[in-house]
Design a protein around this ligand. Structure first.
Ligand code: GDP
Length: 590
């Protein structure tokens, strides 16, 4: 069980931990005596906190007694105390996933009472989503073990916690130094009949084991079988949580494509029938579908992850450069990597000062902020409270990790960067008196965007040029947009080149179709979301999809499917028929 002990400096955190180690007899043989003797030798008073230092020294010298970092054990289980030398380190570790506290013990000095820092720490726990919190009112010996002192601190702090949505499981009066209420109830506080500190630890509930959670497999890579004629693919990656076996029906998100597991491939191992949490493995599927690396494979009969472009998150920012709006960053979340923007800052907790601020536009170094992020395309994820592995992320700026965080929830959003851009464009656009209808009548055609899609190297460009030529020869106003997309494989989504290409294509289409032309463009491996982007930018004109080769869309309706373009003339003829049927090519006028 992972627990963090947190509180204002000198309120007694290390003493509480040292006491728990000593009183539960979890220390290595003779350690307590050794530290006590050393203190006596140096003529300084013994402190339980020194036990932590002594253990840390041992660990540093590699003679660690306990590689699992177990600090103490009760009859029920072992406890790992998460290292929280300072709240910045704690935050960084929690958010990056290096350490995950399942519960917290917050220590308040009875004599000093609730300090500003005690409040800030409560706030921090709430931001991190740690729901199991117990409060120790320590140094009761300095307050004459008075019930009234304990109760006034308890009431004040409980009030505060309820304001920030945290419910304390227990409040316990302690004297860590004297050992009161640590593992046994104290006779000096007969008025307290609640659980001891150790009982409280034992009452924390353990997080569900990763193996028992829903199956999550971020697809990292796709390998093709090399034998000719074998079109099977291995989806490679690491099972984050849960398990899956041959025959399970699976869904890929965000594409929502479905298939069934055919085999579980063990690398350098004989084939398996199932794979579980923590395993790096590969799956093949019964029905061949096209999925991209970065998709999240889940089981159809289990709770699904969320899919959205807008995420409410808690972020911890580490980079010297503040996180600002309108700057493109990269997010790595549940196996996906994609461009992301800071959409809105909700509140900021300054982690050095630990003060909150709701009026900030950017996130500074060491801030913890609740914000809304916007991704380029819908992304699949879990809420960090459900599945931590697929609910936390890092933000990359300039090839370096600039921040990290946890997902709080998906946010519905009516607008996104593209629709906002179109709204601005429409506001500024000056319309002339020549309406689309007037143009259409003069040109004998309705404008549209003809998108020739499909996998790379299927002869799309040749077809596009032949189509342009044919329409031009028959008197149409047509243009083939030769923006080269040959180097734009799906992989460059990350670098943002592809995303820029899609945006330009959308903007340019809007211009050309607005001018009354039939615009022809080709693009490889177009996906549904990119198509949405082009469509939004190209509005109010419409588009038609001609798909050459295997169809990889999961939602979009293809207007014309062409399997073979070895003779472009046939394909051109088919496209022309489509354009005529849809009344883009007006054949005659009375
Ligand atoms: P931390 O900074 O929160 O880890 O605090 P420490 O555990 O190092 O304790 C700070 C000081 O408070 C030390 O001098 C401890 O001896 C003292 N202290 C801790 N617990 C108690 C207690 O229950 N009673 C009294 N009187 N002093 C305590």
């Amino acid at each position: 069980m992972n627990v963090v002990v947190i509180g204002h400096v000198d309120h007694g955190k290390s003493t509480v931990i040292g006491r728990l180690m000593a009183d539960t007899h979890s220390l290595p043989e003779g350690k307590l005596e050794q530290v006590k003797a050393r203190c006596a030798n140096d003529a300084r008073p013994f402190e339980y906190a020194f036990l932590l230092d002594a253990l840390a020294d041992e660990q540093a010298q590699g003679i660690t007694i306990d590689s699992a970092r177990c600090f103490f054990r009760s009859e029920k289980r072992e406890y790992i105390i998460i290292d929280a030398p300072g709240h910045i380190e704690f935050l960084r570790n929690m958010i990056s996933g290096a350490a995950r506290a399942e519960a917290a013990l917050l220590v308040i000095d009875a004599k000093e009472g609730v300090q500003e820092n005690s409040r800030r720490h409560g706030y921090l726990l709430s931001m991190l989503g740690i729901r199991q919190v117990a409060i120790a009112v320590n140094k009761m010996d300095l307050a004459d073990y008075a019930q009234a002192t304990f109760e006034s601190i308890r009431d004040e702090y409980r009030d505060f916690l309820s304001q920030i949505g945290v419910e304390a499981l227990d409040f316990i009066p302690l004297s860590a130094r004297e050992g009161d209420n640590i593992i046994a109830n104290s006779e000096r506080m007969p008025w307290y009949t609640g659980p001891t500190t150790l009982d409280i630890f034992d009452s924390f509930t353990k997080e569900q084991d990763t193996a028992d959670k829903a199956f999550r497999f971020p697809v990292q890579d796709i390998y093709k079988f090399t034998a000719s004629g074998d079109d099977r693919r291995i989806l490679a990656g690491r099972v984050e949580t849960g398990s899956a076996r041959v025959g399970d029906e699976v869904v890929f998100l965000p594409s929502q494509k479905r298939s069934t597991i055919a085999t579980v491939e063990g690398f350098n191992l004989p084939p398996q029938t199932q794979a579980g949490a923590g395993q790096s493995t590969g799956f093949t599927l019964r029905e061949q579908i096209y999925v991209n690396p970065g998709e999240l494979m889940c089981k159809a009969d289990e709770p699904m992850p969320q899919v959205s472009t807008h995420l409410a998150v808690n972020i911890f920012w580490m980079s010297r450069q503040p996180m600002v709006r309108d700057k493109k960053y990269k997010i790595k979340l549940a196996g996906a990597r994609m461009p992301v923007w800071l959409h809105e800052v909700v509140t900021v907790l300054d982690a050095s000062e630990l003060t909150t601020d709701s009026n900030r536009q950017q996130v500074e170094r060491h801030d913890v902020a609740e914000c809304i992020l916007e991704t380029l395309k819908p992304i699949a994820f879990d809420l960090s409270t459900d599945i931590a592995q697929t609910g936390r992320f890092v933000i990359i700026d300039n090839y370096e990790i600039a921040g990290g965080g946890v997902v709080l929830k998906a946010v519905e959003s009516a607008t996104n960067r593209i629709t906002e851009r179109v709204q601005q464009r429409e506001q500024r656009w000056q319309r002339s008196n020549i309406t689309p209808h007037v143009r259409s009548t003069r040109y004998n055609q309705r404008s549209t965007l003809v998108l020739i899609c499909g996998p790379a190297n299927t002869g799309k460009e040749k077809l596009a040029k032949a189509l342009e030529e044919h329409l031009f020869e028959s008197g149409r106003y047509v243009y083939y947009l030769g923006l080269s997309n040959t180097s734009l494989s799906m992989d460059v989504t990350e670098s943002g080149q592809r995303d820029e290409y899609i945006r330009r294509l959308g903007e340019v289409s809007h211009l050309f179709t607005d001018a009354g032309l039939i615009l022809i463009a080709t693009i490889s491996d177009l996906d549904d979301y990119e198509l949405d982007t082009i469509n939004t930018l190209n509005q109010p004109s419409d588009f038609r999809i001609i798909n050459v080769g295997p169809n990889r869309f999961s939602r979009a309706n293809v207007d014309l499917q062409i399997d073979d373009v070895s003779d472009p003339a046939d394909a051109v003829h088919e496209i022309k028929q489509l354009l005529t049927a849809k009344q883009y090519l007006i054949e005659y006028y009375l």
